[in-house]
Design a protein around this ligand. Structure first.
Ligand SMILES: Nc1nc2c(ncn2[C@@H]2O[C@H](COP(=O)(O)OP(=O)(O)OP(=O)(O)O)[C@@H](O)[C@H]2O)c(=O)[nH]1
Ligand SMILES: [Mg+2]
Length: 450
């Protein structure tokens, strides 16, 4: 592929102050440009110390030079990396030199796009590159690196190959019906189709689970005034983020705090206590609380007495969405020695704790993890994107239709068409089938220099 595309360049490190910056060049002119700037011939895969000069021979910087000869490089083309000093000026001067010597500015994601076009990565792997860079939790990063290594794509390909086998059979019967009439009648091919469909459903389920990890889980704390909502936010986040006072009506606005729970990012939201009031500021606070409840992935309803557990549930009932997960929390158990003793117990979705002492907090963490579906330790859960899930869903739909036609032993040609459609859906995930628009949409979301 070398020589097919023009030569591109970009600063691959983030802007601003920093010890080191990297200017990356990819394309058939990379080596020549590097030689002109460094005044020496780079050795393949050898780190060399070099002085970098502009076209007038003026020294700009000194640093390291690295050369990967295509196709054994990230993009599959000749790639040179110039490692210079960081900061606002030097990397830009180096890039200007490279551009003057015949490269052009790379678009966002263009290096990875070339890696895809040159067959170094498939499309799902290329997407994993940006997922890894943008991962917001340790779990998400782990899933992204697994996808980058090809585990997700391998699974898609396994399904795709199984489908191809079935298609070959069906097409064979269509072409030579007289030669092998028993081929479909014995049910073996139908069983295989069913098996493939089940594998696809499993993969879809695991992809849906993984989607949870793409964004932070929003946990909204609600309750009547003064029950200890702000105290709980502070305790969960280990900060003094919210004001805590003995006076009811202390919190009037929505307060958000980001935190990590076992490497997973959650957004904890403290709200104003809900009650009837004529105070316009408090009324606005209550309105905002109710709005936050709509945006929540998970709601923590706090009460500060045993009676409150049922009474508050009834009070909030009109605003509770039955499809939304709810955990009821009985706070202030330190004031009640019976409860303090059994802080480790949990009745259904009720947790007993003290925001003041921290007693019972680990149990709340476990319950949050469980309720938000974050207890997944399954290696096969994928950080899938919506487009992957849609493609899997469509493939499942076509397989269902193919099964229906085949089990009736009629309209085999329609079954073959459905199988072809399903096969193409899978091909779109890994990019075997792609359009320029799709590539544009995927790679434009990358950062420049990747
Ligand atoms: N003993 C005890 N007191 C608590 C506990 N949690 C909170 N409090 C006290 O309860 C009072 C109210 O606490 P906040 O956290 O401000 O309650 P809130 O629900 O945010 O109150 P508003 O914002 O006014 O709705 C404060 O005096 C806290 O010190 C607890 O676990 N035990
Ligand atoms: Mg408060």
């Amino acid at each position: 592929m070398n020589g097919e595309y023009d030569t591109i360049a970009a600063i691959a490190t983030p802007p601003g102050r920093g010890g080191v910056s990297i200017v990356k060049i990819s394309g058939h002119r990379s080596l020549q440009i590097a030689m002109q700037i460094a005044g020496q011939e780079p050795q393949v895969r050898v780190v060399q110390v070099a002085r970098f000069r502009n076209a007038d021979g003026i020294l700009i910087d000194q640093g390291l030079l690295l050369y990967f000869k295509g196709p054994a490089s990230y993009t599959g083309e000749d790639v040179v990396e110039i490692h210079g000093h960081g900061g606002a000026v030097v990397p830009q001067l180096l890039l200007d030199c490279v551009i003057r010597l015949g490269a052009r500015h790379a678009r966002p994601g263009e290096f990875t796009e070339r890696a895809f076009l040159n067959g170094k990565l498939d499309l799902a792997q290329a997407e994993a590159v940006v997922d890894l860079i943008e991962s917001r939790s340790v779990q998400a990063a782990k899933m992204a690196i697994r996808s980058l290594q090809g585990y997700f794509s391998d699974e898609v390909r396994r399904l795709s190959n199984a489908l191809l086998d079935i298609r070959v059979h069906v097409e064979g019967v269509l072409d030579f019906p007289e030669e092998d009439p028993a081929l479909l009648a014995d049910g073996a091919i139908l069983d295989r189709l069913l098996g493939t469909r089940q594998s696809l459903e499993r993969m879809l389920e695991n992809s849906r689970k993984g989607q949870l990890f793409r964004e932070a889980v929003r946990v909204v704390i609600i309750g009547r005034p003064n029950v200890g909502k702000s105290s709980l936010l502070n305790r969960l986040s280990g900060s003094e983020r919210a004001i805590v006072m003995a006076t009811p009506g202390t919190t009037r606005d929505v307060i958000e705090q980001s935190m990590f729970l076992d490497g997973l990012q959650i957004e904890v939201v403290d709200t104003a206590g809900v009650h009837e009031t004529e105070d316009p500021v408090e009324r606005e606070g209550v309105r905002r609380t109710l709005r936050e409840m709509e945006n929540a992935d998970l709601i923590l309803l706090i009460s500060d007495s045993d009676e409150g557990l049922s009474a508050d549930r009834r009070y909030f009932e009109p605003w509770l969405d039955p499809d939304k997960k709810l955990i009821q929390v009985r706070n202030k158990i330190d004031l009640d020695c019976d409860h303090a003793k059994r802080s480790g117990s949990v009745a259904a979705d009720r947790v007993f704790l003290s925001a003041r002492t921290g007693n019972g907090l680990p149990l709340l963490m476990d319950t949050i993890r469980e309720a938000a579906g974050l207890t997944i330790r399954d290696e096969n859960v994928y950080l899938a994107r919506s487009r992957h899930i849609e493609a899997l869903q469509q493939a499942g739909y076509h397989l269902g239709a193919a099964y229906a036609w085949m089990s009736r032993q009629s309209s085999l040609d329609l079954a073959a068409e459905e199988l072809l459609q399903a096969h193409q859906c899978l091909g779109r995930i890994t990019g075997e089938i792609h359009s320029d628009e799709l590539l544009g949409e995927i790679f434009s979301r990358f950062c420049i220099g990747k």
